[in-house]
Design a protein around this ligand. Structure first.
Ligand code: ATP
Ligand code: MG
Length: 472
């Protein structure tokens, strides 16, 4: 009866009646296993990567239980091609480790095994159980606020299912007979396009506040509704995200904005008060500058488009756009206090990045190119002599140029410079020379010339008249 499952997803009500009668979800506190045999669902092994199958079969042949779980089962049922594969097993990390030479155990808070095949990594997770008094803090640990500090108590598949976040993420594909095991009415919710936390939402968010971000990510990515009980506590509990280590939040933020639905994700994050917990300075800048939100939105629209077209996305550009309004606000304040524009932006960049790093870390491989894109914004107006050619040669020129167009389209700066650079890139030698000669007459703010002149005059004046006249 699950054959053609995906066809029915557009008409959930009708499908529900055929599947379960008209009854409501029984709720997750009373887990009942529903096994969907292979001939009643459409999930074929052909959807799974060879590496994932290899891991599943080797675990199975060694006498272990082995299931695909989480996003890959959920997405397969939705008719999407799964991209990454998570495996759940009763084998301990050490047992998994001995079965695969190409594997390593990672994580302390949550120990798992990564099995590597070239660039592909298969995550193998041992069934988690319910920690009880017999377990010392080496295996499981929870803060006074309910935050799970460590979760390494092994258990049964049933316990494992109930410790997962959403019902639609607790579907298991069994390699032993190709059936799907549904422990929390996940199929029901999948058909109703609903995200429902397993268990008491308040407790589950306190255990791991990142689940709030995951709710938003899946709602946006899958176009699902967040069910009211799951939705209600988020606004109040959003500040719990401040307890999460910045490195973990960085990873989550990348997933949030690289899901292909970054714009929708951004809207939902702001709606639920989560965005301000991740990017407080950006939220402030949005309130203070009318161009800030359009600039971020346009960057997210571009990101979504690139992902849809399967073109690469640079997180540096994305972070650059997100943090730019807050950084510019700081720079303007410093300029207001008398600091010249270039050092003001340098100082503001440092300050903005270090404040951001208290919330989400930004690895150097992203923060360095991001700053280059920012620095180039101050070079782009300077086009005389060899300057334009030097800027054009810069490895970040293209990103900086795109960034400039973004600023113009958001109304942060007047249009004009973007067109100039478009023409300059497309022009032949003659045209480029003509464009450069035209810049001498550019309006103030788009050419460095007037400033340079002033500086030269001052230097001359000070050397002619006295020796301590360092006025800048
Ligand atoms: P995708 O990989 O498409 O982003 P996913 O659901 O597979 O989505 P992963 O982060 O790969 O997400 O996690 C795999 C599975 O592990 C999830 O489906 C869920 O069952 C479980 N899981 C992940 N993070 C949590 C969490 N914070 N709390 C509870 N369960 C989680
Ligand atoms: Mg996954």
């Amino acid at each position: 009866m699950f054959k053609g499952f995906t066809r029915f997803l557009q008409r959930p009500g009708e499908r529900l009646k055929t599947l379960f009668g008209a009854q409501e979800s029984s709720g997750p506190s009373t887990p009942t296993l529903r096994v969907i045999p292979r001939d009643q669902h459409d999930v074929s092994r052909r959807l799974f990567s060879d590496s994932a199958l290899k891991v599943l079969y080797r675990l199975h042949n060694a006498g272990h239980e082995a299931y695909l779980v989480g996003g890959c089962v959920r997405d397969s049922l939705l008719g999407k091609i799964p991209k990454d594969f998570d495996i759940a097993t009763d084998a301990t990390p050490e047992e998994v480790r001995t079965l695969f030479r190409n594997s390593r155990i990672i994580g302390r808070r949550f120990r798992i095994v990564h099995v590597r095949f070239g660039r592909e990594i298969i995550e193998v997770t041992t069934f988690r159980g319910r920690p009880d008094d017999d377990h010392d803090t080496k295996h499981a640990q929870q803060s006074d606020d309910g935050l799970l500090l460590r979760d390494n108590v092994w258990g049964t598949i049933e316990e494992d299912a109930l410790r997962r976040d959403f019902t639609v993420n607790a579907l298991y594909y069994n390699i032993a007979d190709f059936s799907i095991h549904d422990w929390a009415d996940g199929v029901h919710d999948l058909e109703a396009r609903t995200l429902r936390l397993i268990g008491d939402p308040d407790v589950r968010y306190r255990e791991d506040p990142v689940r709030m971000l995951r709710a938003v990510r899946f709602a946006a990515k899958l176009d699902f509704d967040i069910e009211p009980r799951t939705e209600t506590p988020i606004l109040e509990l959003a500040p719990l995200l401040l307890q999460i280590p910045p490195a973990r939040l960085f990873e989550e933020v990348l997933k949030l904005f690289l899901s292909g639905q970054a714009l929708r994700t951004f809207e939902l994050l702001r709606e639920y008060g989560l965005f301000a917990m991740l990017f407080p300075e950006v939220e402030e800048a949005i309130a203070e500058r009318t161009w800030a939100k359009p600039l971020i939105e346009q960057a997210l629209i571009n990101t979504d488009r690139r992902i849809q077209e399967e073109r690469p996305v640079t997180p540096a550009f994305l972070y650059g756009a997100l943090l730019w309004p807050g950084m510019r606000l700081r720079a303007e304040r410093l300029e207001g206090d008398g600091m010249p524009p270039v050092p003001a932006q340098q100082t503001a960049s440092q300050q903005s990045i270090s404040r951001q790093q208290q919330h989400t870390s930004i690895p150097k491989r992203f923060s360095i190119p991001m700053r280059e894109i920012w620095d180039l914004q101050q070079q782009l107006p300077k086009r005389r002599g060899k300057r334009a050619f030097q800027t054009l040669e810069h490895t970040r020129f293209r990103a900086a140029y795109d960034f400039l167009l973004l600023r113009e389209s958001a109304g942060e700066i007047a249009p004009g410079l973007g067109d100039w650079w478009t023409a300059f890139q497309e022009g032949d030698d003659h045209e480029q020379a003509r464009l450069i000669s035209k810049t001498s007459g550019s309006p103030a703010g788009t050419s460095e010339r007037p400033k340079r002149r002033r500086r030269r005059r001052r230097r001359n004046a000070s050397s002619e008249h006295d020796n301590d006249g360092h006025q800048e």
